[in-house]
Ligand binder design. Sequence first.
Ligand code: AMP
Ligand code: MG
Length: 356
Amino acid sequence: MMKRLGCLLLALALAGSLSGCGSSGPAEGQTFAMDTVMNFSAYGETGEDAITAARERIYQLEAELSRTREDSEVSRLNQAGGEMTVVGDDVWKLLTSAKTYSAATGDAFDITVAPVVSAWGFTTDTYQVPSQAELDTLLRLVDDSRIQLEQRSDGCYAALGQGQSIDLGGIAKGYASDCVAEIFAQYGVESGMISLGGNVYVSGAKPDGSAWRVGVQDPQDSSAAVGILDLTDAYAVTSGGYQRYFEQDGKRYHHIIDPATGYPAESGLLQVTVVAGADAAREDDGNPAGTGTMCDAFSTALFVMGEEKALDFWRSGAYEFDLILVTDDGRVLVTDGLADRFTPMDGSEYSYETVS
Ligand code: AMP
Ligand code: MG
């Protein structure tokens, strides 16, 4: 269980102590969904109702997007044997965005990696190291350019390639944060924070006008942080191999798969945090889902790509985001857009570098 708790859960611990003199605290809620602990916090009269609506929306998303639930939309698509199938708005947006970010990251992100994720046992928690022969066979199925999407007059349709299946675990929580952001806006919550297992969204600033303080977990110590982010109206999403793994013969195998090898990515990174302003993602960039979805796709992809390719991608400027990378040789790399919003942890054993 502990292994699966997302990062950045420190967020709410820090947020908890914020109510000023005489002001009332935020409405708060916690739930377990999408295989992770989720925390909600919302100020104002509508806070309580907004959190109730957010929770219901997340349960609905889980029912649509889970591939371990036989009756989910994703399971129906996975079982359709390559036939065109009607899909709802959420799945449509996720498929569209997933394909966009797969192409943008040179296939480091690919939702058709599903059969490989399953072969390692991450779908059922019955872990094993697959044989090379099995991986070679399954890797032939990994190619999301074979997913077909079609908008027809009676709705949206999708078909996977023969034998393919999809796993939205790398973007579903980010999309859930986009959906909660929408609910907060509908309910007029101008100040709030959610943390969905390593996927943080902050709405506005704190009621006193100061930024939300979000802890970035130390990938090597779940009770510590590598630093604190000061955020307003933003998303911050963290991926790391420590979030889910098993050990066999003294070796650790984690859940983020390199689609090029079929093995857990060994890129020299322990953790990737992607930070972006709330409106960074644009539909005409091929992402109808939202900024949380973009950050979630990138956190997974850049973890696979490693330091050099991740920074090249950031430098390309094709998308608006910033990064905090933690390397396996003890460095914390912070891109310069975050320079005045990130505070390293006092007494930390990491060495900190600003990257431009
Ligand atoms: P995240 O925690 O967002 O980095 O997502 C990790 C989850 O995404 C895994 O548990 C898998 O379900 C799925 N996944 C693993 N590797 C990839 C990949 N290369 N591309 C897309 N999804 C992946
Ligand atoms: Mg992700």
